[in-house]
Ligand binder design. Structure first.
Ligand code: PLP
Length: 425
């Protein structure tokens, strides 16, 4: 069968397809698999009990059927949008109207829209999305209709301590390299985008770095897209002091996935009214209207404060504890070996750097997969960078910390055994 160029582009082997296939197959498998690979959120009993309670209530009071039995406008469920606008005004003092918010089928859906709105072919030529700090979220990599779409610069690597212990590092934005990109002069950058906290590294760009990115975007007249899938106020898996910023030039994206509702496929975009209108138009053509089920669950929980309470008091501490537990296991496994861990500042992953590993982590991924442990190799995350002569991009892995303690123990023990063997050869 012959597919169009669009068809060929979207049916080729992509990193995100491999990732989601591995995830789905592992969840459906009857073989024991140590799933340290995907981005599924943890099953947290106290959180799920709340969803159970809310589900029972919205079923009993008919809102559940009402939400699944009726389309919303292409902008999304109007009650949820109004509730969100009220919440953002009260919580952050931003001047948010319902016209500043659109819903999408997961935030992945929103990124597809945004990257194709601000990147790609313009009358003046092609524009790219600038990712100021590689590595970045693997799911951005293929979300454009044509052309090469992303531009990134190598991070600065700073050796740091975590809880007074050595063996950690933190990526920093190289602002000199960013400012000197020739693409600015040529008008070839359409937007800046960063995830904060960052998937895959757990890095949280500092408030100062965010202020600099904000200024850079304004200077060049392009929007700053902030992917807040793991950030405040929900799920709030963020362990550093941080301020959330928003104004007319910032597109702030939220998701209900990492609070434990990934299959409700609900993304939230907060942006200026022109962008929200564009997203509604895209929704109409691509989805008719976005799903309302996530909205039906989240609306009462936003109204009674339980969503924020769960995020602050259950979800965030849960992942903080998982991160420390996984770090203690890794430190035992790699006592005399060159493992460096990215400072765990948020999100649901640890990013491990095996400096001078004799094989690439693509090859390591295959060996670990044979041994029943899934991780994600680093190369795919360096979206927008040529990694051919960049060794660091082939020396890291991302591991999820969302699994239960047995999965962490067994998975980390397998990684330890295999990687130590490679260094010992
Ligand atoms: N952004 C980041 C940084 C992510 O990690 C993910 C999912 O893992 C997404 C966006 C997309 O999530 P969803 O489409 O479920 O909202």
């Amino acid at each position: 069968m012959q597919f169009s160029k669009f068809g060929q582009k979207f049916t080729q082997k992509s990193g995100i397809l491999q990732l989601m296939d591995d995830l789905g197959n592992a969840l459906a498998s009857d073989q024991p698999i140590n799933m340290l690979g995907g981005g599924n959120p943890a099953k947290i009993a106290a959180v799920n009990e709340n969803y159970q309670r809310v589900l029972e209530k919205i079923v009993a009071e008919n809102q559940a059927i009402d939400s699944i039995a009726n389309y919303s406008t292409p902008q999304g469920d109007s009650v949820f949008i109004q509730t969100l606008a009220d919440f953002f005004r009260a919580e952050y003092g931003w001047d948010v109207q319902p016209e500043n918010i659109a819903l999408t089928n997961g935030s992945q859906n929103a990124f597809f829209y945004l990257f194709n709105l601000f990147g790609g072919e313009f009358d003046s030529g092609n524009k790219k999305i600038l990712l100021p700090l590689a590595p970045e979220y693997i799911g951005y990599a293929d979300a454009h209709i044509s052309g090469s779409h992303f531009l990134a610069v190598r991070p600065e690597i700073e050796r740091v301590q975590h809880n007074n212990q050595a063996g950690f590092f933190k990526y920093r934005v190289d602002f000199d390299a960013l400012a000197q990109l020739p693409e600015w002069e040529r008008g070839e950058i359409g937007a800046i985008c960063c995830s904060r906290p960052t998937n895959p590294t757990g890095n949280v760009l500092t408030d100062k770095e965010m202020a600099q990115l904000d200024a850079l975007a304004q200077k060049h007249g392009v929007p700053l897209i902030i992917d807040n899938a793991y950030g405040a106020p929900f799920p709030n898996i963020i362990h550093t002091d941080n301020t959330l910023i928003w104004h007319d030039n910032i597109v702030l994206c939220f998701s209900l996935s990492k609070i434990g509702l990934p299959s409700a496929r609900t993304g939230i975009v907060l942006a200026n009214k022109e962008i929200i209108k564009a997203i509604s138009s895209l929704n109409a053509i691509i989805n008719l209207s976005p799903t309302r089920f996530g909205a039906a669950i989240a609306t009462p929980m936003l109204q009674d404060g339980s969503l924020k309470d769960l995020s602050d008091n259950v979800i965030r501490p849960f992942y903080a504890e998982q991160a420390e537990y996984a770090i203690s296991l890794l430190q035992q496994e790699f006592k005399d070996y060159p493992l460096a861990i990215h400072q765990p500042e948020g999100a649901i992953f640890l990013w491990l750097w095996f400096e001078n590993l004799p094989i690439s982590t693509n090859e390591l991924y295959e060996i670990l997969k044979q041994r029943g442990t899934l991780i994600i190799p680093s190369e795919l995350f360096f979206v927008g960078l040529d990694t051919a002569d960049y060794r660091h991009a082939h020396e890291c892995i991302r591991m999820s910390i969302a699994g239960d303690k047995t999965v962490l123990q067994q998975g980390i023990s397998t990684i330890g055994e295999v990687v130590r063997g490679l260094y010992d050869q």
